[in-house]
Design a protein around this ligand. Structure first.
Ligand code: IDP
Ligand code: MG
Length: 139
């Protein structure tokens, strides 16, 4: 995957609350092109693998339970400077610290249930995109 791509998930909390359309609309309005998208549900094992980097953190079990409790929207997004620009769009991990106008400020409820994922590097964007999509699902 090229460096102008990032990977996102609309997390179970935001799907449960009916925010899929509003979040995708803001992603679209911010200049990101959707090159892959699907609704899917991660198993506990999927979530453990996806978040393996956090396995020693105290919140790991809660994170795995949360991310596997219901469906998500997974998507690969394309835009110049995609990783950094998308992190700016979603805002800080803790919605109380997220800037006005960011997705987490608007849609997240807590530091754990924070509505939207965004990759933190080009390398992780490629790994995370490949976790959810095969090459023929990327347009
Ligand atoms: P990020 O999603 O902003 O990159 P990370 O530090 O990579 O934040 O953490 C991954 C996810 O783990 C967060 O989005 C959030 O769902 C959860 N998380 C992070 N820190 C905490 C915490 O202190 N308590 C509970 N959950 C957390
Ligand atoms: Mg992260």
């Amino acid at each position: 995957m090229s460096s102008n791509r990032t990977f996102t998930m609309i997390k179970p909390d935001a799907v449960e609350k009916g925010h899929i359309g509003a979040i995708l609309s803001k992603i679209d309005a911010s200049g990101f092109r959707i090159v892959s998208i699907k609704m899917t549900q991660m198993s506990k094992r999927d979530a453990e693998m996806f978040y393996a980097v956090h396995q020693e953190r105290p919140f790991f079990d809660d994170l795995v339970s949360f991310m596997s409790r219901g469906p998500i929207i997974a998507a690969i997004l394309e835009k110049e400077n995609a990783v950094d620009d998308f992190r700016t769009l979603i805002g800080a991990t803790n919605p109380e610290e997220a800037a006005a106008g960011t997705l987490r400020k608007e849609f997240a409820t807590s530091v754990g249930e924070n509505a939207v994922h965004g990759s933190d590097s080009d390398e992780n964007a490629a790994l995370e995109g490949a976790f959810h999509f095969s090459a023929r699902e990327i347009y």
